[in-house]
Ligand binder design. Structure first.
Ligand code: SF4
Length: 484
């Protein structure tokens, strides 16, 4: 395997690779992800069970026929505008797949109709990546488009996790409005690596001192390695190929890369200290390697290989991060569990703290922070970036996109179980993942357009452009006795 040689630090090494990948083709290509309708393999169970008492329905029809004799439009009137009772024999064969749970029918005819939650539907998610979110992901993965329900927002105006943040989308700051179809291009290019806090030039205008040492991806959306419980070559192929096609990066265990004979600069091999030797067996030079422990960081820095350090938000993660920084690591992959929790906090608070610490030290631009865990919907991506991540690496949403069914609560990578669809093909999976990324990118563009931000790099850490439920509540109720 050919590795870059002769430089003394991790940063310089990345710079070399970065320069070597500069596009020399003068033709401008606007970044675009090809989408295509890709139907689900198996349909999700209906969200609601619609139970109709046929005897009571018959009694109702007889009564209404008597009361409204001759007024067919009244007698045949159905109580559901969503068409649940609009089949050929109406309420005798309801169509629960149309039911949205508005409960109008059961309020109007409590003796005839009962609406219940379908317990089977719940088995397609867990308490964090809820079946409702899975449903949205499936729509995005099959259409590649932003899901439009036409019902407005029907959820809560605050809540746990990312729902405690609102983004500032005032009309007045919308020079790039209409993100997807807007007049001005909004860039989602993300730099991964280290940039100096300033550039220095000599009298000839040449750069002296430290130069930016970054590689770029077209999206701030990367792919994390699958849960340790899933050993599927097909899945690794799906992640690798889709990352390659959308110009992203896929983190992957080095054994999986070697075992599946995968290759390409879009792959980020993950190694622990006992797997360093395996790097020589790769048939490509990776742009970045992920160290899974601090000993691996040391070995990689000795070998002059550009490194990303994966840190779980467990006790002592901050000291580990500082240690790795001192060794020369400038890219950190910070990992919460699949429910976004780590070290007793939600990932939102952890990243805000980390981002602010680096800002306080005056070295924020020297590091890249990538986050995983708890990113389960399109709007979580911009919120995570506003809180301080440069990019996110997706985990469970990618599995949801290819209809992997969770078995029980899925919290940690070590113990979460998913059942992959039996007959899925790599090409089907790749298109589903590409569709999901296209839909999430479009939603990112919408939010950035609405906020008047023209490139995602400028959104990182823009906490002033977000509103936090806690702050607003304090502002409104802080003076009232008993608040908090
Ligand atoms: S709950 Fe609403 S959507 Fe469902 S069947 Fe009744 S009226 Fe139709």
């Amino acid at each position: 395997m050919a590795m870059a040689k002769g430089n003394s630090s991790v940063e310089t090494d990345i710079s070399k690779i970065s320069n070597s990948t500069i596009d020399t083709d003068p033709v401008y290509h606007r970044y675009h992800i090809e989408t295509a309708m890709t139907a689900d393999m198996s349909n999700l169970p209906n969200r609601f069970l619609v139970e109709v008492s046929r005897i009571n329905l018959l009694k109702l029809i007889i009564k209404e026929s008597r009361d409204y004799f001759g007024k067919l439009d009244v007698i045949l009137n159905r109580p559901c505008v969503y068409g649940v009772f609009s089949g050929p024999i109406g309420g005798f064969a309801p169509r629960p797949n149309h039911c949205v749970g508005c409960l109008r029918c059961t309020i109007q005819h409590p003796d005839v109709v009962t609406i219940k939650h379908n317990p089977e539907w719940k088995s397609w998610g867990d308490t964090y990546l809820s079946p409702k979110l899975v449903d949205t992901i499936l729509t995005e993965a099959s259409t590649g488009a932003v899901p439009v329900k036409g019902q407005g927002y029907r959820g809560r105006f605050g809540g746990p996790g990312w729902d405690r943040i609102w983004t500032d989308m005032s009309e007045i700051v919308r020079p790039t409005r209409d993100g997807i179809h807007g007049r001005e291009f909004i860039s989602t290019v993300t730099d991964i690596g280290s940039k100096p806090m300033h550039l220095s030039f000599n009298s000839k205008g040449e750069i002296i001192g430290t130069e930016p040492a970054t590689l770029s991806t077209q999206l701030p959306i990367l792919f994390d390695s699958p849960p340790q419980t899933i050993k599927s070559a097909k899945l690794l192929n799906v992640l690798s190929k889709s990352a390659q096609e959308i110009d992203s990066l896929a983190f992957m265990p080095i054994n999986g890369i070697l075992g599946c004979k995968l290759s390409g600069k879009h792959l980020v091999p993950q190694v622990n200290s006992s797997e360093i030797e395996l790097i020589q067996k790769l048939n490509f030079s990776p742009r970045l390697i992920e160290a899974l422990d601090i000993s691996a960081v040391k070995s990689l820095s000795n070998q002059n290989i550009k490194t990303c350090f994966r840190i779980d938000f467990d006790e002592g993660w901050e000291e580990l991060m500082h240690k790795a920084f001192d060794i020369g690591v400038r890219v950190f992959h910070m990992v919460a569990d699949y429910h976004g929790r780590g070290d007793g906090n939600f990932i939102r608070d952890l990243i805000i703290k980390t981002h602010k610490d680096f800002v306080k030290k005056g070295i924020r631009d020297q590091v890249t922070l990538i986050g995983s865990g708890g990113i389960a919907a399109a709007e979580h991506v911009p919120k995570a970036i506003i809180c301080g991540f440069d990019a996110v690496a997706l985990d469970t949403p990618l599995l949801a996109a290819i209809q992997a069914q969770p078995k029980g609560e899925c919290i940690s990578s070590e113990f979460s179980n998913f059942v992959l669809p039996k007959s899925f093909t790599v090409s089907w999976g790749v298109q589903r993942v590409k569709n999901l990324c296209a839909a999430w990118r479009d939603q990112l563009l919408e939010i950035m357009g609405a906020m008047g931000i023209r490139e995602v790099r400028r959104m990182r850490g823009e906490l002033g452009r977000a509103m936090f439920q806690k702050d607003l509540e304090k502002e409104a109720f802080g003076d009232i006795d008993g608040y908090e």
